[in-house]
Design a protein around this ligand. Structure first.
Ligand SMILES: Nc1ncnc2c1ncn2[C@@H]1O[C@H](COP(=O)(O)OP(=O)(O)OP(=O)(O)O)[C@@H](O)[C@H]1O
Length: 277
């Protein structure tokens, strides 16, 4: 399925609106065909080396998709293309039917409703868990203005909900720098959720976590599925097995295999390039 059926004027119309509004995606993302993200024939070359090679995949609305593949397969480059950090040499990248992501900047793409979590947590260590979430809710207001302004009842409720979702209610007054590695990762996920992304990209969310933290992260992501669409890049196969519906295996910049974890684990080509014999 491609977004090519959308007329140019529909796209321009939408993009015009998108640039002018604070929350342009509210109720407006066109996912009539069931997918939230389309990559079609995307190629990215670095000095002649194809990090992505005619990559085609789409993510369904509310889906939790796991992406696996060997080092250098192009997983990070794919996320860079989706979030506007890297421009493809060719191919198309659409958010819903109508938003051509290659025509937007990184901040615009975040505003459009795509949140990205990098591997390393980047919370404000000197501030409390609560204040980190309050800042994230304030969005692009200046840090000092948002810390000084009093929270509305709705904002307080939202922070309460976020704390419960990320399982940090009891730690809300704790300084973020004192949290465990796993708790910092959850806080950062909470900060992304505060911006109400429709699509969340997570890069190795359980790297460095204890087994108990990994389990809790799996529970957390399963609660987000449906409300958000998620793309999770992970090497930890037990974790992938605990959350995945559908797994995409990338290799040499293209999709090598796609299906349930059991299906891709049984695929000879996947065993060859990634899982080992
Ligand atoms: N900015 C760049 N300049 C040159 N080569 C790059 C650049 N970014 C990525 N590459 C190369 O593109 C290929 C794909 O890299 P990428 O980081 O996307 O893979 P990955 O699947 O995320 O790997 P890993 O699992 O190790 O994170 C690699 O060979 C990498 O060296």
């Amino acid at each position: 399925m491609s977004a090519a059926s959308t007329t140019q004027s529909q796209r321009e119309n939408w993009e015009g609106e998108a640039r002018g509004l604070a929350h342009p995606v509210d109720g407006k993302l066109d996912t009539r065909h069931g997918a939230i993200l389309y990559l079609d024939d995307v190629t990215v070359s670095f000095d002649g080396f194809r990090a992505l090679n005619k990559l085609t995949l789409d993510i369904g609305v509310g889906e939790l998709r796991c992406i696996i593949g060997p080092n250098g397969a192009g997983k990070t480059t794919m996320m860079d293309v989706i979030t506007g950090k890297t421009r493809p040499d060719s191919g198309s990248v659409f958010f819903g039917q109508t938003i051509d992501l290659t025509r937007h900047t990184e901040p615009e793409i975040a505003q459009l409703g795509i949140g990205r979590k990098f591997q390393k947590p980047t919370v404000f260590e000197a501030m409390s868990v609560h204040d980190n979430l309050a800042l994230a809710l304030a969005g692009n207001k200046s840090v000092w203005a948002s810390l000084r302004s009093r929270l509305t009842g709705a904002q307080r409720d939202r922070i309460g909900e976020l704390l419960a979702t990320i399982r940090l209610t009891e730690q809300h007054q704790r300084q973020a720098g004192l949290l465990s590695h796993g708790q910092k990762q959850w806080l950062e996920i909470g900060m992304l959720l505060a911006q109400e992304p429709q699509l969340l990209l997570l890069d190795e969310p359980v790297a460095g976590m204890t087994d108990a933290e990994t389990e809790k992260t799996a529970e957390l992501l399963l609660t987000l599925k449906g409300k958000h669409s998620l793309m999770v890049v992970e090497h930890d196969m037990d974790f992938v097995g605990s959350i995945a519906q559908k797994v995409t295996v990338l290799a040499e910049g293209s999709v090598l295999a796609e299906g349930s974890l059991a299906q891709v684990q049984a695929d000879e080509r996947v065993i060859e390039v990634y899982l080992g014999r």
